[in-house]
Design a protein around this ligand. Sequence first.
Ligand code: CA
Ligand code: CA
Length: 279
Amino acid sequence: MARLESRLAALVVGTVMSTAVHALPVTLTKLTGVTGGVPAATAVYRAELGAIGIMEILSLSIRDVSGGFGGAAGQFSGFDLDAAILSNVFCASAACAAGLSGLPVFDYLPSGTIFNAGAQRPPFDAKLFGSDASGTEVDDIVATLGIFDGNATTVIPGADGFISLGDFGQVIFNLVSPVSSAGLFLYIGEVGDNGEVAGSAIDVSDRAATIPEPSALALVAMALSCCSWMRLRSQARGGRRDRNRRNTAPAMCMDPATVLNPRPILSTTRFEYRATSKE
Ligand SMILES: [Ca+2]
Ligand SMILES: [Ca+2]
């Protein structure tokens, strides 16, 4: 049984690592001046991606880790993202970055983004600013994440052109095609210029981001729970054998390969879980 638990634990770790092992953090440089809409207070940061050790970029992630101090309150909690673009043009000023077209490798709609809404600070609103009606997807009609146009205000009407991630929230961009990191620059805009980039984690990856399938993870949890229960029962009996009862073990206590119905990757023994096509 310990062997089965080890296999299950390995599967869980493998699931997490499969989306994290090729992601690397980037170092950002703040550009001079600010840009944005009215009022304009978007600070722009640049990362040079050619030297980070990834040949091709397929996804990038911006995650608020400011500890609950980024942005304002309510629907404006956390990192306020105005725009994220990739370009082969070097810019030293926010105005220069705002004038770039950016490479056409982003899909800012829900089909190309994963939005993990963070927490709000009171007073609470129905959803975070710049997310859709459900609060679970990017509303790019509001956020316009390809344009540095955020109105740096929390007054409504007035606020526009950005999305607030919430405390410890995250947005992930899956690019529509791989882009070479050679001579490539990432530009990110933070509305308000109040230090949220310093309190964030920004990673790029040569893999598309995926969401672990909830049902699969639930099955793993159930299987692990089942095995723990069987071990406790076995210990309680002082190691006595009870073949009849062992044969009636719950159906979940089977080989994890059967439980999870994984899709093996060609010529390897790894397991892959098909993500919901949210990204
Ligand atoms: Ca924008
Ligand atoms: Ca801000």
